[in-house]
Design a protein around this ligand. Sequence first.
Ligand SMILES: C[S@@+](CC[C@H](N)C(=O)[O-])C[C@H]1O[C@@H](n2cnc3c(N)ncnc32)[C@H](O)[C@@H]1O
Length: 193
Amino acid sequence: MFSPQIQRVIDQVDRLRETVDDHWQIPRDEAALLAQLVRLGRCVSICEIGASYGFSTLHLAAAAFENGGHVHSLEQDPKKVAATTKHLSEAGLDGAATVHEGDARATLKGMNPGSSFDFVFIDAQKSQSFDYLEAIWPLLAPTATIVTDNTTTHAEELASFVAHLRSRPNVVSCHVPVGNGFELTIRRTELPG
Ligand SMILES: C[S@@+](CC[C@H](N)C(=O)[O-])C[C@H]1O[C@@H](n2cnc3c(N)ncnc32)[C@H](O)[C@@H]1O
């Protein structure tokens, strides 16, 4: 599914699950599906909120690279920013992704990604989900996919957020029970408002 160089780094970061307490990365099957969604949508301008050590970032960047696209990944922990940047470089994907250090809510406010985002992966603090959505909404392309992680593992905590997402204009949205479970939302400006 990926080149040997990229797969080697993905496997290396995957092993952090056994050694690092704060890895918090999505399961392998979910990461593979994310990459397939980016490929399927031919997405080129991707935003990730919450990189951790770069497991999901590597998948998104590998698929974005195939599409000639770029990932902007937002992470507040400097140690994880450094690690993710290193992992991207080891995978030969440093040109396909930029890791932005800081609170995503502030980063998004000052952000000019060049082209509006056609794919967003939200995987940071569940209690801040509404803030991320409000900050990202003006930066979305007319057709955009938004994946919100943990809708199985944190179903109760995310219930009002998911209900809100589904009620927004120009949106179709459903639960995908893979990995941690995620909400797959498509915003298309020509859908009913
Ligand atoms: C679940 S982990 C991300 C896992 C990663 N997506 C993966 O699957 O490999 C959540 C990350 O979000 C970061 N985070 C939490 N709140 C944040 C915020 N407000 N801005 C930026 N990063 C944040 C944490 O430091 C943590 O590394």
